[in-house]
Ligand binder design. Sequence first.
Ligand code: PEP
Length: 247
Amino acid sequence: MRKPIIFGNWKMNKTNAQALEFVNGVDGFVTDKADFGVAPAYVALKDAKANAKDLIIAAQNVHFEANGAYTGEISVEMLKELGTEWVVLGHSERRQYFNETDADVQKKAAASIAAGITPIVCVGETLFEFEADKTERVVRKQVAGCLSGLDAEAVANLVIAYEPVWAIGTGKSATVEIAQNTCALVRDEVRNLFGDDIASRVRVQYGGSVNPSNIEEYMSQADVDGALIGGASLEVDSFKAIIDAIK
Ligand code: PEP
């Protein structure tokens, strides 16, 4: 009943011209088996959006304030003007390198939702937390911190990406059991906060070294509704193979 959702997170890769080349190479292959999208750098959003018919184009971040003295930041209004309808929030690289907190992510999500932009909210434990058996505590706290106070219906429509930090860009993907169990507990935390109906509708992605060969296994899990993909989303052929794998 939940439509699968597959997004590529390009991070600081691809110029505007390279992003355009990708969009033109992939857009015609997008099927209706899932919502497929990519998150280019800000500078590529306008042209990517103008050239994508079926591929969804997302931003990788946004500021929570409407405007003001925040050098280097981008507002929801600026994204809206480019036609952006989705935004990735709280990616672990933003948390690690730019000190983003759950409270920041919550404010960014609220600002995005108010502007009609749908967030993909990222959560996930570090290797240290994983090895200390703290995954459940960390992930529940992140989900609660990022979503509390948001409109329930908006939560049903957004996406939560569970991305164990130790599996991102490392080639060390989580086992399907870990992906399923943690996505299930993400959903359970949404249930605690917003009730059964919202929890049954919110889509939860797994992210961490997903590629064309392992995506089917993750997608076969009951609580895994999709994937957020870094490295394997950068090449046209690889992304097309991912599209093909979603039947
Ligand atoms: C990511 O950037 O969110 C990610 C999961 O990267 P990778 O697929 O390369 O591990």
